[in-house]
Every structure is written in structure tokens, then in C-alpha cells.
Design a protein around this ligand. Sequence first.
Ligand code: CAA
Ligand code: FAD
Length: 379
Amino acid sequence: MNFNLTEEQLAVRAAARDFAEKELLPGVIERDNAQQFPAEQIKMMGELGFMGMMVDPKYGGGGMDTVSYVLAMEEISKVDASASVVMSVNNSLVCWGLEHFGSEEQKQKYLPKLASGQQIGAFCLSEPEAGSDATSQRTTAEDKGDHYLLNGTKNWITNGNSASVYLVMAQTDPEKKHKGINCLIVERDYEGFVVGKKEDKLGIRGSDTHSLMFTDVKVPKENRIGEDGFGFTLAMKSLNGGRIGIASQALGIAAGSLERSIAYAKERKAFGKEIAQHQAIQFKIADMATKVEAARLLCLKAAMLKDRKEDYSQASAMAKLYASQVAMENAVEAVQIHGGYGFVKEYHVERFMRDAKITQIYEGTSEIQKIVISRNVLK
Ligand code: CAA
Ligand code: FAD
């Protein structure tokens, strides 16, 4: 593996770091407290090319590789994991699926606005009774000839209220099980589509997570992505890349926890010396740094395989499984290193600890990643 970053990749990382520090850091605590969606910041991220990084420039995207995406996700997540989940869903679950499996008309209609951040997308797979068990879709898309009639409820949808375009998985032919599921593009203003309540969350409180209700929503046939019955495969293939995004989000939280711990340990004095001079703190920092390095390598490996168009489903599951565990561990240690100051909002690390937890749950829980990995390893 060659991870010598190119000039362009280094420039993307520097731009993301600069943006995160100048535009996301001021106000991040207030947005978390108020559960305020970072609308202005997401607009700026769109203008800087972070909302459709890998989309072909002919559809308004950045034409960048997945390695650049990992680098940018890490830097943005070091500061604001609420903003980075919006970025991850838009890039990997919405733009990617549309670009790779959409018709030319669908790409031209939806991608330019999504890739430039003028509009935000949402990916709607989970339901009240179909989370990990994603093939058990209860939402139905009845084939009515020139349109589908969509009925059902989706749960936990990121960008639920801020999106304009929703990719909705729904069952058309239950006899065919997951091969009867379709992915439909639903626009915000379609009749019968209602955005439900906003979830009051432990972490990533700046992102908006909603349930969505569909009652006899007429979705034109031309809004189906791919062939009849392709929806579940599309969802799984999109999630393989999505998991690289969330792994990088977790990496960012882990790395942010480390950076803040190093700075604090060099500043805080106890027993006549900086706490960084105490071996107990040094060893914590050593463990945290080693874990960040390992998580980063797994993220970059998955991204590199994706860029080379090799199979990356196992690599992305491994990256997500490990990076999310490291995010949790490093955030807890960062709070410990900060002592009492770690327990209050001003020092950011308590937010990291709350934000880290979701990375072990969404886009497939850690248990689901182990299913994906073990099936690959044992086959
Ligand atoms: N890549 C490609 N295809 C995959 C796949 C993968 N990673 N995982 C499964 N598939 C395919 C299988 O090959 C199979 O297709 P065929 O029948 O054509 O061979 C089909 O999907 C069904 O797979 P299984 O038979 O393995 O089905 P299962 O029910 O035993 O298990 C599962 C499937 C892997 C557990 C899957 O349901 C899963 O990944 N669950 C987790 C769901 C998830 O990640 N949800 C995330 C929602 S989005 C989100 O969370 C966004 C956010 O927060 C920001
Ligand atoms: P369950 O599937 O009920 O799992 C409960 C527990 O059982 C977990 O620990 C799980 O690992 C374990 N478990 C389940 N099955 C097995 C098994 N076979 N073997 C071992 N253990 C198992 N979904 C979307 O579609 N789009 C989104 O944008 C989105 N955003 C989200 C944002 C937030 C903040 C949250 C909380 C969730 C979001 N989700 C989204 C949903 C998320 O993907 C699901 O919550 C997740 O996949 C788990 O499903 P569940 O909550 O139904 O848990």
C-alpha cells in the first residue's frame, strides 16, 4: 500500500482543516446545545466542494478520489461530527448511488444541486421494525403502471427535515423478498409525504434526525433508480462506501480527542509539573495515538480499494468497526485526561464522547459489521 499523499490530497486536507477551525469551531457548542442544524456552514461546505467530492465535475461535483474524501471527513469530524454526518450521507449514500446507478436524466436533474450543496439529500432505509434486519422492509411501493404508490414509515432519517431529495427503499414484491425492493427518488413536496418528529439525541445534536411518513405518495416510474428489484442491492452497495464515511467520522472524533488531550496535558499542571510529565498520562496518549494511526490506515485502505475499483465491502466494515471503537475509547480517555474540565461543555471532549457513540450504531451496528466481516473471512 502506498499512502504517500499527493499534492492535491494534501491541499484538500489543509482546506478542510482550515474550514473546520474557522467556520465550524465557533458556535459548535451552541449548535449542539440548541440542536441547531448547521445550515450556513453546510452551504459553505457546498461552495468549497465538500458536499459532492467524488461526483464527476460534469454533474457539478469535485471529481476527487475517496482518499481525499477520508482526509476531509477526518478534519471536519475533529471539530463538528454533526456537520460531518450531513456531509457523509450526502456524498456517499445519496450522490454516489445516484451517480452510479441513476439514469442520465436522474443524474442531470438531481446531481448538480446535491453535489454543490444547494440541496441536501437523505437516504431512507431504516424503519421502526427494520434496522439491522434491513431486508424486512414494511414500506410498500405498489406498482401502478406509470407510477408507484408509496406507503409506510421510515425512522431515524439523517437530514430528515433539511433534505430536498430522499432516496427511499420500499417493497414492491414481497414474494421476491429483498429482490422485490426498489429505491425511489422522492421530492420533498410530493403530496402525502410528511416529515415526523425530530429526535432529541445524545450526540450529533446539530444534525436533524426524523421519522418520515408516506401515505399514498404517487412516485413517477422514472424516479426508480435501476432495474425493478434493484433497491436493496443499491442500498448495500451504497452502504459499503457510506461505512468509509462513518469510519472517517469516527477517526476524526478519535483524532480530535487525541489532539485536545495533547494540548491540555502540556498546559495543565499538577504536583509541580505538566500532567504530560506523568507517565500515566503519557501512556494514555501513546495508546490513543497508536489507535488513531491504526484506524486511519484502515480508513485509507478501504478508500484506496474503492478508488482502485476493487472489492471494499470487508475493508469498509473493518474500518468502521475499528474506528468507531477507537472513537469511543479515545473520547472517554480525553475526558479523563481533562479531569473535571473534561466533564463540562467548554472543553469539547464531553461532546466527543457523546458524538462517538453513534458511530457504533448507524450505517450498520458494530455487530452487523462483524457479520459482514465474518461472512467474508469464512466464505
Ligand atoms: N455489499 C453488497 N451486497 C451486500 C452486502 C454488502 N455489504 N451485504 C449484503 N449484501 C447483499 C447480499 O449479497 C444479498 O444479495 P443476493 O441475494 O443477491 O446475494 C442481499 O444483500 C441480502 O443479504 P443477506 O442474505 O446477507 O441478508 P441478511 O438479511 O442475512 O443480512 C445485512 C443483511 C448484512 C445484515 C444487512 O441487512 C445490513 O447491512 N444491515 C444493516 C443495515 C444498515 O447498515 N443500515 C444503515 C442505514 S443508513 C444509515 O444508518 C445512515 C446514517 O446513519 C447516517
Ligand atoms: P436493531 O436492529 O433493533 O438492533 C438492536 C441491537 O441488536 C443492536 O445492538 C444490534 O447490533 C443487535 N442485533 C440486531 N441484529 C443482530 C444480529 N443478527 N446479530 C447480532 N446482533 C444483532 N437509517 C437510515 O436508513 N438512514 C439514515 O439517515 C439514518 N440515520 C440515523 C441517524 C441516527 C442518529 C440514528 C440513531 C440512526 C440512524 N439510522 C438511519 C438508523 C440506523 O442505521 C439504525 O439505527 C441501525 O442500523 C440499527 O438498527 P435499529 O436501531 O433498528 O437496531
